[in-house]
Design a protein around this ligand. Structure first.
Ligand SMILES: O=C[C@H](O)COP(=O)(O)O
Length: 254
């Protein structure tokens, strides 16, 4: 039976020069080597994509962008299209990260267009969803996450629905040191899988990878990855140092 291959993604956000990015990848590959039973995805800033691609030579490592524009080309100063990202060697693109939603005002509708644009260019979107603290405290987590997922998958083909990666990132856990407990993560992941099965198809939902993000660290990685519906991680701060990211990649399966 086909299995969900764990996916560990590093989102460097607005960190690292070209030189720092290259040095990190070289050291990581030297220390970890080829990965065969999991995928490692690195999302450096736009400026370092080409350089990282050139040195990313070990099996199991893939390049991602942190964002893309929804249009293929045009007068959009400062933006980068999916086609340009594919051209530079990206295989994945992070779409709808909470910083894009809450700092840059991206809506569910914009994110839906970005998911479609990514697929049209041959990129696999990593769709981020998650509630803010006030939503969790008013018991609206499931409603918010459901709306975000539902909106993003509108119009996807069965194959695209199968390839899409979903990342559950409770906004209150991002960069705060407050990780969701393994039970809290599992509860929302199971809900997402159940809703995905209703929206797409049960077989598709059983194969869809759902990542957790939000203050993932070496000391909580194993308990998060032990949850049956946590298929991988989207890591911010702890992905900036080889030592901590290496430990996260080497999470211990139950
Ligand atoms: O994309 C990554 C998330 O925003 C998590 O960031 P963090 O690990 O620094 O909390």
């Amino acid at each position: 039976m086909e299995k969900r291959i764990p996916l560990i993604a590093a989102n460097w956000k607005m960190h690292k020069t070209v030189g720092e990015s290259v040095a990190f990848i070289e050291e990581l590959q030297r220390e970890v080597g080829a990965v065969t039973d999991r995928e490692v995805v690195i999302a450096p800033p736009f400026t370092a994509l080409a350089a990282v691609r050139r040195v990313m030579t070990a099996p199991g490592y893939r390049l991602a962008s942190q964002n893309c524009h929804q249009e293929a080309k045009g007068a959009f100063t400062g933006e980068v299209s999916g086609g340009m990202l594919k051209d530079v060697g990206c295989e994945y693109v992070i779409v709808g990260h909470s910083e894009r939603r809450h700092v840059f005002g991206e809506t569910n509708e914009t994110i839906r267009l970005k998911v479609a644009a990514a697929f049209a260019c041959g990129l696999v979107p990593i769709l981020c969803v998650g509630e803010v603290l006030a939503e969790r405290e008013s018991n609206r987590t499931f409603k918010v996450v459901d709306e975000q997922v539902q909106s993003a998958v509108l119009g996807l083909t069965p194959q695209q629905a199968r390839e899409l990666v979903i990342a559950y990132e409770p906004v209150w856990a991002i960069g705060t040191g407050k990780t969701a407990t393994p039970d809290q993560a599992q509860e929302v992941h199971a809900f997402i899988r159940e809703r995905y099965a209703a929206l797409c198809d049960k077989t598709v939902a059983n194969l869809t990878r759902i990542l957790y993000g939000g203050s993932v660290k070496p000391d909580n990685v194993d308990s998060l990855m032990a949850q049956p519906d946590v298929d991988g991680l989207l890591v911010g701060g702890a992905s900036l140092e080889v030592g901590s990211f290496k430990r996260i990649i080497r999470f211990v399966s139950p």
